[in-house]
Design a protein around this ligand. Sequence first.
Ligand code: SDX
Length: 429
Amino acid sequence: MTHKTAKLILPGSRGNHEQTIELPILHGNLGPDVIDVTSLYTKTGYYTYDPGFMSTGSCSSEICYIDGDKGILLYRGYPIEKLVESYDFMDVTYLLLNSNLPDQQQKNEFVNAINFHTMLHEQVINFFQGFRRDAHPMAIMVGVVGALSSFYHDSLNIHDPIERSLASYRLIAKAPTIAAMAYKYSMGHPFIYPQNHLDYATNFLHMMFAVPTSDYKVNHVLAKAMDRIFILHADHEQNASTSTVRIAGSSGANPFACIAAGVASLWGPAHGGANEAVLNMLHKIGKCKNIPEYIQKAKNKDDPFLLMGFGHRVYKNYDPRAKIMRETCHEVLEALGIKNDPLLDLAIELERIALEDDYFIERKLYPNVDFYSGIIFKAMGIPTSMFTALFAVARTVGWVSHWNEMVADPRQKISRPRQLYTGFKVRRL
Ligand code: SDX
């Protein structure tokens, strides 16, 4: 991949003479070239400095590509718009894990292999009893996913590809079961076991809303919408939670611990917690007439209020997922016979006003994937506190894919960034 080189002229400092070094420029298949600074410190005694990684590539990867300026999102080279049109979440899961879409036989075998692991060890159920009924579902997911490493000792050896695959399937299969159990626990309802004749999204909604006292038929339109939402949330390059999983995995930690770290990072309102924050924000704004006041608050640097569901580190154009989510919103509300949802009307008006405002235009702040998801989830009867847990269910596929890619890379080293030290110099006691 090495292509040209970058010349760096460094002034003499701390006894070093002025020096010029050449750094390799690496050329990917898509996107910006990168300057390989691996040897910078050994050659010059300088570190790079990039808090928040605004201009830093942490790894090479073949899984997901985003063009933020053009609003393009590819999973293993396939545009997200095409995948949601003709494939389901298990197709996309297979694609992210294996680089190619499955043929019918591969799909059937894969779905059966995942379904084999949808149940939890019965003793994990006791683990739930330790939580308060009002525990946030993400607190339960962090705890239970991490605890899986104490139940599945036959899939902890990260150097064994068979054990890596077993752990990957277990995590993907059990994520919806854990999320649905977190919801049932909060409701004081009995847990509903997975029904493996149902597809992934239908099975999840069945575990969420079925009760033992009567048959429950999942609305096909809602199941299709949930499946599409899972696809949209499955992966997104080196986002904060995926980077967390990679860094945790770089120490050799077991896969369950690494994915639990990803769940923890996703929880933040600047990341996956934004879908819950969007709905809370819309409730706070209440009416369209209050929108200008909140737009002003979002622009006021002295006010911590941000327009949740807006802005993105990478997308400086409309998030392609937000467009599909907005279409899905209309489909779900129609399927549920909800003629005019005041929250959706408010969201559409808020988006219209923001996108005409110079502050948002100059900063290229557009709706992101989280802006509409909460409205859909609410219409489906899913409580706000469960929104990020649903994001975590879908993103488990991306986290597991990146974890496998990193662990299988023979060049992989422990991630150990340095710093610009601004603390005390040596002091005498
Ligand atoms: C996800 O990384 C991923 O890929 C994430 C994700 C995924 O699939 O994994 O796409 C999922 O996390 C989507 C993002 C969800 N978060 C939100 O909706 C929360 C609201 N958005 C902001 O917190 C913010 O936009 C971020 C965190 C998403 C991005 O922050 P950046 O890239 O660090 O940008 P920034 O904070 O430097 O903002 C640049 C400017 C600043 O103003 P100035 O200092 O230039 O004057 O834009 C302003 C910010 O104040 N700004 C906002 C804003 N977002 C940025 N102002 C008002 N409302 C906002 N939402």
